[in-house]
Write a protein that binds this ligand. Structure first.
Ligand code: ZN
Ligand code: ZN
Length: 183
């Protein structure tokens, strides 16, 4: 059997990931969660976060073992695929939050009394600015989701909980909104 070495080497290299703090290249890294704003730079999903300086979101951070220990972050080893599974799941949680917000949480958030009788009682009618902002955020998350999806597809890997996407899309469409994750 002929071995395609350049491809083999590419495959090996593509299975390495590096610590976002010290740059060490490893076959497995440590992944943990932290709300500390100081670790924003080691959180792949927080790279273009608008409130980086004071970001208190629960962030998934990617580090090598010594760095994780130094920062007192409880972390566990994952390989590249394991890391991508955590990332796609983290992204899904944010999209589910968007869905909840559009469904009814916006009323709580804006301190507006729910009105089930009136079909026109929707976020885009009550607070167009908030709706526009929410849409930009959701679109960004959906694009991020698609990039993870492609990553699994390109490698012929099984997409974890593959039914999630159509369920999410159905609910968004049922609310009367469009989504990049529809068919
Ligand atoms: Zn490190
Ligand atoms: Zn952030």
């Amino acid at each position: 059997m002929q071995i395609d070495w350049s491809k083999t080497i590419d495959d090996i290299l593509s299975h390495k990931i590096s610590c976002l703090r010290c740059g060490r290249l490893e076959t497995s890294v440590c992944v943990g969660y932290s709300r500390a704003a100081a670790v924003s730079s080691y959180a792949p999903r927080c790279q273009d976060c608008s409130r980086k300086e004071g970001c208190d979101a629960r962030k998934l951070v990617v580090l090598c073992e010594p760095c994780a220990e130094e920062l007192h972050i409880k972390a566990r080893h994952v390989d590249e695929e394991g890391m991508m599974i955590l990332l796609i799941n983290d992204c899904r949680k944010d999209l589910e939050d968007c869905l909840d917000y559009l469904t009814d949480y916006w009323q709580d958030d804006l301190d507006i009394a729910p009105d089930d009788e009136d079909e026109e009682h929707r976020l885009e009618g009550v607070a167009p600015d908030v709706f526009a902002e929410e849409n930009v955020w959701r679109t960004r998350l959906e694009e991020e989701y698609l990039s993870y999806h492609r990553w699994f597809r390109e490698r012929g890997l099984h997409i974890p909980e593959s039914g999630w996407r159509s369920e999410y899309a159905e609910e968004i469409i049922a609310l009367g909104y469009s989504t990049l994750l529809g068919d």
